[in-house]
Design a protein around this ligand. Structure first.
Ligand SMILES: Nc1ncnc2c1ncn2[C@@H]1O[C@H](COP(=O)(O)OP(=O)(O)OP(=O)(O)O)[C@@H](O)[C@H]1O
Ligand SMILES: [Mg+2]
Length: 309
């Protein structure tokens, strides 16, 4: 719904200048039950965006700062004594919107606890399952992987993120505008100004409408052909998985819906393909040395496949 999108964008716009693509990405992911990975250098408002969008969506929000010494139970929760009895004490993952800040700073064991929760929507502690709230979205952030002291997420884990968004620097006009934004102080951008722009019922209704967005057979064929083409490129070691295809079509549906349409066009697919695929395509080392990027591979795959009319 264009209206819901505008309301959320307006609320987030009170504290964040620009970065509207990131806000749209969270809406797309929430609409289809997916999760988002935000990558960017420090100080480009990744954390601020995640907190602001969650608040604008009226979601119960928790932040987990990942560190090298963190244990899986610091995320999921643990059995603890309460009034002389052992009871489950839920970890910070039990929220509608979880900001997993700097996921690549924690070792693989803790990363996989998070990723399992994302996939299964339940947490198992001492053999007992605990269901996570609904809706449930993880917004993870990471600094670009060349940084020291990081544990890059393996491809299999990355494949679970619906979208990966590169959060870049603002434009010159945005840079000036963010400097003169009214802030409480340098650490408090004034989140309190953000009003919830959506109710849980609206979010549920909105998800139902996304699911009902029509996809013509030609568009299904288009998605399948692109996914398959990524697996045939000489520069590619590991192409897109079937899950990547499912994610691409879902993201295209939500994108069409946010644009106010009840059917998916090939442009909806093309407009999301980099966000869905860039983190799932593994290049051969030679290609990487040649500065060939996953985006180049995606473009090459799309060039092979005729666009349906
Ligand atoms: N586009 C923007 N609009 C408004 N303020 C911004 C913007 N970009 C950065 N800022 C300012 O910079 C601060 C830093 O943002 P934030 O902490 O969210 O960055 P980050 O990307 O999460 O960094 P790190 O990787 O270090 O965690 C914000 O609180 C805000 O004051
Ligand atoms: Mg941050």
């Amino acid at each position: 719904m264009i209206d819901l999108r505008e309301r959320v964008q307006d609320e987030v716009g009170k504290v964040v200048i620009g970065q509207r693509r990131v806000v749209d990405a969270v809406l797309v992911a929430l609409g289809v039950g997916g999760h988002v990975l935000l990558e960017g250098v420090p100080g480009v408002a990744k954390t601020l965006l995640a907190a602001a969008v969650s608040r604008a969506l009226g979601l119960d929000f928790k932040r987990v700062q990942f560190t090298p010494d963190m244990l899986p139970s610091d995320v999921t929760g643990t059995m603890a004594l309460r009034d002389g009895r052992l009871a489950f004490r839920p970890g910070p993952i039990f929220a509608n919107a979880v900001l997993a800040d700097e996921v690549n700073r924690t070792p693989p064991k803790t990363q996989s606890a998070l990723l399992e929760a994302m996939q299964e929507r339940t947490i198992t502690v001492d053999g007992k399952g605990h269901e996570l709230p609904s809706p449930f979205i993880v917004i993870a952030t990471q600094n670009p992987i060349e940084y020291e002291g990081t544990y890059p997420l393996p491809e299999a884990q990355l494949d679970r993120f619906l979208l990966k968004i590169d959060v870049g620097y603002p434009s010159e006009a945005e840079e000036k505008a963010l400097l003169v934004l009214d802030r409480v102080d340098v650490t408090d951008p004034g989140h309190d100004a953000i009003e919830p722009a959506a109710t849980p019922a609206e979010i549920t209704a909105w998800r139902g409408e996304i699911r009902a967005t029509r996809v013509a057979e030609e568009v299904v064929g288009y998605v399948a052909a692109i996914v398959r083409a990524t697996r045939t490129l000489p520069a590619v070691e590991l192409g897109a998985s079937p899950r990547a295809g499912v994610h691409l079509l879902a993201a295209a549906r939500a994108t069409a819906y946010l644009a106010g349409r009840d059917f998916v066009t090939p442009d909806d697919v093309a407009g999301r393909i980099n966000d869905v695929m860039r983190h799932r395509i593994l290049l051969r080392p030679e290609a990487e040395l040649d500065r060939y990027t996953p985006e180049d591979a995606i473009a090459a795959a799309m060039a092979i496949v005729p666009v349906p009319r």
